[in-house]
Design a protein around this ligand. Structure first.
Ligand SMILES: *Cc1c(COP(=O)(O)O)cnc(C)c1O
Length: 428
């Protein structure tokens, strides 16, 4: 859809023309596994990628395709591939780039599950990750070696609400001839569009703000279509004849859509991390209101962070939206519409008080999720980040005295009153 239309218009219309068969105005849930071929020639053309169409729902499905088109549009990408979760999206993004012995350079500030996926699980594929502080450009440059195939970061990072200077990291990636992959889950394309700042790939957990109500587990990989996969010889699965797809040279044959088609034709086909059409339908509906929800999430988070920052029972508040934040400069330059709605704060009473506070809150739900319409709380050190070493916990902003809040779209005053009573209970 054309970039001349506004964000909210595209959030509703992109990818969602009336159903060609029935005229249905809302995108139907195409609850089907397979699609009838017109004839044998049609089937052969679809399998050969000479014609685009539906074969089998592990690969493509019209409901999922509408969601892919919508997200690609909102992120300013050439194409997108949806998958079964945010974690699946990360593997799907790395899969075409990596091979045994290859590595990625990743931020130290990542979702706890991602730290585990990158520091432990990907080793089984012979891949590895080098974790560096992205505030130190020299350390990022020094970590890149001949086997590095990507740089990976989160725009706004979980759990500390830390703001990555994407243009600065994109510059380093560009100089090294590497793709920058940005996990944009916490910002959403409403607050940040990494491709416009030089990112090659954007991944999301659609489970969070994009769906927005805690109903769906899903993910997506968006490709900018701008990276030259053939320039360095480092990405043979995209630039050379791919044996897993009868020798097709994806980049040569498909140009800006090479990464997206690879994600479907090989990634979904062989890894099978497919999104289901019902989940896609819920996420499409969620995205319709993204432009209404995100400003409210941010406004509430700002109010609550400011209230906590002046409270004597609170040790510190880590929120990039605070004027006193060391990240105020990055916030103004890279995230002018807001620093998101996920942040952490520490309690003067330490671990004991943090756990007591979580147990005393009434409106905030104690869950492992984030990015829901309702406000959520968790003690990261004993839950989402418990697999990490103490050093990794502190680097990720999840020390023992730290509580993470995901601020919803309720009335901010009610949330503040709930925090007030729980702080009293926790520090009594
Ligand atoms: C939740 C989350 C993920 C993982 O997504 P799932 O949908 O739970 O697999 C990845 N990155 C970030 C920043 C997240 O918040």
């Amino acid at each position: 859809m054309t970039e001349t239309l506004g964000f909210d218009t595209r959030a509703i219309h992109a990818g969602a023309d009336p159903d060609p068969a029935t005229g249905a105005r809302q995108v139907p849930i195409y609850q089907t596994t397979a699609y009838v071929f017109r004839d044998a020639d049609h089937a052969a053309r679809l399998f050969g990628l000479q014609e685009v169409g539906y074969i089998y729902s592990r690969l493509t499905n019209p409901t999922v395709a509408a969601l892919q088109a919508r997200i690609a549009d909102l992120e300013g990408g050439a194409g997108a591939v949806c998958c079964s979760s945010g974690h699946a999206a990360q593997i799907m993004a790395l899969f075409p780039l990596m091979g045994p012995g290859r590595n990625i350079v990743a931020s130290t500030r990542l979702y706890g599950g991602t730290v585990t996926q990158f520091s432990q699980t990907i080793k089984r594929f012979g891949w590895s990750a080098k974790f560096v502080d992205l505030d130190d450009p020299e350390a990022v440059r020094a970590a890149i070696d001949d086997d590095t195939r990507a740089i990976f970061c989160e725009s706004i990072s979980n759990p500390g609400g830390y703001l990555t200077d994407i243009p600065a990291i994109a510059k380093i990636a560009d100089e090294a001839g590497l793709p920058l992959i940005v996990d944009n889950t916490l910002a959403t394309p409403y607050l940040c569009r990494p491709i416009e700042m030089g990112a090659t790939l954007v991944v999301h957990s659609l489970t969070k703000y994009m769906t927005g109500n805690g109903t769906v587990t899903g993910g997506v990989v968006v490709d900018s279509g701008k990276f030259d996969w053939s320039a360095s010889g480092k990405f043979p699965s995209l630039s050379e004849p791919e044996p897993a797809y009868h020798g097709l040279k994806f980049h040569e044959a498909l140009g800006a859509m090479a990464f997206t088609f690879h994600g479907i034709a090989i990634g979904l086909r062989d890894l099978g991390m497919t999104m289901n059409p019902q989940g896609a339908h819920y996420t499409l509906m969620g995205i319709e209101t993204l432009g209404l929800r995100m400003p409210r999430h941010v406004e509430n988070a700002q109010k609550i962070a400011e209230w906590l920052a002046q409270d004597p029972r609170v040790g510190s508040v880590s929120y990039g939206g605070l004027a006193s934040s060391p990240q105020a400069g990055v916030k103004a330059r890279v995230y002018p519409k807001g620093a998101g709605a996920l942040f952490t704060f520490s309690l003067k009473g330490g671990y004991e008080a943090a756990v007591k506070l979580v147990d005393s809150l009434k409106l905030f739900s104690h869950v492992a999720n984030l990015g829901d319409a309702r406000s959520l709380v968790i003690h990261s050190a004993s839950t989402t980040h418990s697999q990490l070493t103490d050093e990794q916990k502190i680097a990720a902003g999840a020390g023992p005295d730290v509580v993470r809040l995901s601020i919803g779209i309720e009335d901010a005053d009610d949330l503040i009153a709930d925090l007030d009573q729980a702080l009293s209970a926790a520090t009594a």
